[in-house]
Design a protein around this ligand. Sequence first.
Ligand code: GLN
Length: 446
Amino acid sequence: AVFDRIDAVEDKIKAYVTLTRDRAFARAREIDRKIAAGEEIPPLAGIPVAIKDNMCTRGVRTTCSSKILYNFVPPYNATVVEKLEAAGTVMVGKTNMDEFAMGSSTENSGFFVTANPWDLERVPGGSSGGSAAAVAAGEAITALGSDTGGSIRQPAALCGVVGLKPTYGAVSRYGLVAFASSLDQIGPFTRDVTDCALMLNAICGHDPMDSTSAPQDIPDFTSCLRDDVKGLKIGVPREYMGEGIDPAVKEIIGQAIKLLASLGAEVEETTLPHSRYALPTYYLIAPAEASSNLARYDGVRYGYRAEDARDVVDMFMKTRSQGFGPEVKRRIMLGTYALSAGYYDAYYLKALKVRTLIKQDFDRAFEKFDVLLAPTAPSPAFKRGEKTDDPLQMYMSDICTLAVNLAGIPGISIPAGFVDGLPVGLQLIGRPFGEGTLLRVAYTFE
Ligand code: GLN
């Protein structure tokens, strides 16, 4: 049924870089055989899943939507891919994204632009726009994305689906192509909160292959799906409801607050005083890490190699000039500048200090509150091309999500309503490893 749907709408949506139809049918037949033979089947047996194209899949092209990796076929699976396979899912394909996950609209893909299923003239958000659009359009039942500064939650909001960024370290990054290693986390896109809990059950857990993976016991997240928020303390940071947020979005968030209060939650305004520094801090730290992580694409080890080079240095330069798109180049320049000898203390080191202040704002808020509530994105899906000429405008789309990555804490976006037929997301932010509480509050809205 999912492939029928793909045949019907993929021409317009363009969610996938690669479809793995034959593999998927072979695997589905294998599961059918097991069922017919009365064998035990795993919990997500036969569930069609889409994987963002920055997670390594053995034998299946993994491009990061970049020309520099257009022909890269990994010899191994990311841990999440292994885990989903063990849980019985069937991979449908690899989804389009902003090149190397740098962007908020999927317009930075080196290949093509993905459309928002609610309005084909609009962007699906990004960088995991292909995954969000695939789930929203019924081209997959669930999908994986990665979130460095909002890239799961923001496209989930713009496409009207559920998206969760887990606590840093909750899900293994082994086999996730690194953008900013101290911020990147993998998480699920689903149609509802129950599916989100099931996906978390499948992908969370310690992995010795990732040195930043947390040695945490994982609960059964479905046990958190209680329709009860009585007595929970929910904080609404005033910095997330101020200037720059579309009044129609604020209105919908206001309705959600009323609903939670009517169900017995204690909702109160609070403050995260360093919020306004999140954007500049992120745009120093993320490009700094990216500039280092992307040094490996040199035409020797992976993917694309420029022809007609005079010598090896010329080959590096031509490969990188031709292989990377403009936004990736901008990030590499920002990052190498912030890390260079004369500027390191003034920019990179300063940003690390402000990151600690941002983290401490959240620590203080969580002394009082179980969950924080905010919009996911400042506006519903914008038109294609609307922000492509102004990088700062594009960066502002993540104003509500960036700080969560800097603090390493979990955040979920759930559909909360519509403005002019376009979905609006509500964001819930939790304590480290507080995913269960997020799911509990989110479940109220189903
Ligand atoms: N839009 C932000 C950026 O461009 C965040 C991207 C992400 O979370 N991968 O860096």
